[in-house]
Design a protein around this ligand. Structure first.
Ligand code: SF4
Ligand code: FES
Length: 370
């Protein structure tokens, strides 16, 4: 009879979960999900060896294990620390973690330009989210920010080195998905940069995936550059028969126009497994060359987290609340109930905001009156 695998019990922010030995604290926290999960800027579950670079995933280990319940003396990187049986971890319940994370954000932003208004990654940038959740207003940094000589990486990928946080994800991607890696991190310390040494195009078949893994706007899609803001486009799931990859993608559309093609992402912002089994990485043909709706079989609107800026104006998966008014008002009936459409001329019922392929403006409502 096969021996039953012993699972380890780990408690994170007072929630206990059983995981297999060898699981990292970060992955144990991802099993619980929600706020308990530390942010991760460099770890990427689909890339072997990733993690341990950015320190955003720091957590406090209040008890190492049942056998040795002493706390760990310093905060640890949850993406690189494996759980022990009886381990007690504090993330959002820790007093030390928020301060440490704020420090990490401050470091990441030391040289990062504040060019979100013109950055193509805005709206889906992990550093924006991280700064919003853990950053501080203002900066104590008084020196000039780093600048770099411009590197041209070819017709597909735009490099903005000043935005790079040196997470190494793109290096692992090139190592693990392409036949020959042409770029890497050159130089050390303040001079460290992503480059190809002797200027070279990045054009191997799966290299476009570096755009999807880059947590910031350092690597962006040249075919989409400055064409639109992600929150004005609508993501839809689509597929095609591709001989090189799984062919399962997300099309970022406005009306009938396909602005951008990306791999599908899961709730951690990482490429989703393909429904056919295997990885969901996509090839350059699907990403850069198939920009017509007729190239694809559309499956339907993608599920977008309602907390994401991309979900603005997207009302897919709308559900009626199950509670009645008294249920949410502690048993009381409302004194006054108004139908917004009957008391205001704003947003008449006949105008379906979800069907407008851009932000609504006054002319949408005026045209309804005429
Ligand atoms: S370019 Fe992007 S993915 Fe590559 S190291 Fe810099 S931040 Fe990470
Ligand atoms: S995600 Fe753990 S160190 Fe970067």
């Amino acid at each position: 009879m096969a021996e039953e695998k012993k699972l380890f019990k780990v408690t994170i922010d007072n929630i206990t979960v059983e995981v297999e030995p060898g699981t990292t604290i970060l992955n144990a926290a991802r099993m619980i999900g929600g706020d308990v999960t530390p942010p991760a800027m460099c770890y990427y579950s689909k890339l072997k060896g990733s993690g341990g670079k950015c320190r955003t995933c720091l957590v406090e280990v209040a008890a190492g294990s049942t056998a040795d319940p002493r706390p760990m003396p310093k905060l640890v990187a949850s993406c690189r620390t494996t759980v022990m049986d009886g381990m007690i971890v504090k993330n959002i319940t820790s007093e030390k973690v928020p301060d440490a994370r704020a420090g990490v954000v401050e470091f990441l932003l030391l040289n990062h330009p504040l060019d979100c208004p013109v950055c193509d990654q805005a709206g889906e940038c992990h550093l924006q989210d991280l700064s919003f959740d853990h950053g501080k207003e203002g900066t104590r940094y008084e020196f000039k920010r780093r600048t770099f000589e411009k590197h041209n990486l070819g017709p597909y990928i735009q490099l903005h080195m000043t935005r790079c946080i040196l997470c190494y994800r793109c290096v692992y991607t090139a190592d693990q998905l392409t036949e020959k890696r042409a770029h890497g991190v050159l130089d050390r310390g303040d001079h460290a940069q992503i480059a190809t040494f002797i200027e070279k195009n990045l054009d191997s078949d799966f290299i476009g995936n570096v755009i999807d893994v880059c947590p910031v706007g350092a690597l962006t899609d040249k075919t989409f550059r400055f064409k639109n803001r992600v929150w004005f486009t609508k993501p839809v799931d689509a597929h095609r028969n591709c001989t090189k990859c799984c062919g399962e993608v997300q099309l970022w559309m406005r009306g009938d126009e396909v602005f951008r093609v990306t791999a599908r992402k899961d709730e951690w912002g990482e490429v989703k497994e393909s429904t056919k089994g295997g990885t969901g990485w996509i090839c350059n043909d699907c990403r850069f060359d198939k920009k017509s709706v007729s190239d694809w079989t559309i499956e339907g609107p993608s599920n977008v987290s309602r907390h994401s800026v991309i979900s603005q104006g997207h009302y897919v998966g709308l559900q009626k609340p199950t509670e009645t008014m008294p249920a949410v008002m502690g048993g009381r009936q409302p004194r006054l109930l108004m139908d917004i459409h009957s008391v205001s001329e704003v947003n008449p019922e006949s105008v379906e905001l979800s069907k407008i392929n851009r932000p609504a403006h006054s002319s949408d409502f005026n045209s309804d009156k005429s």
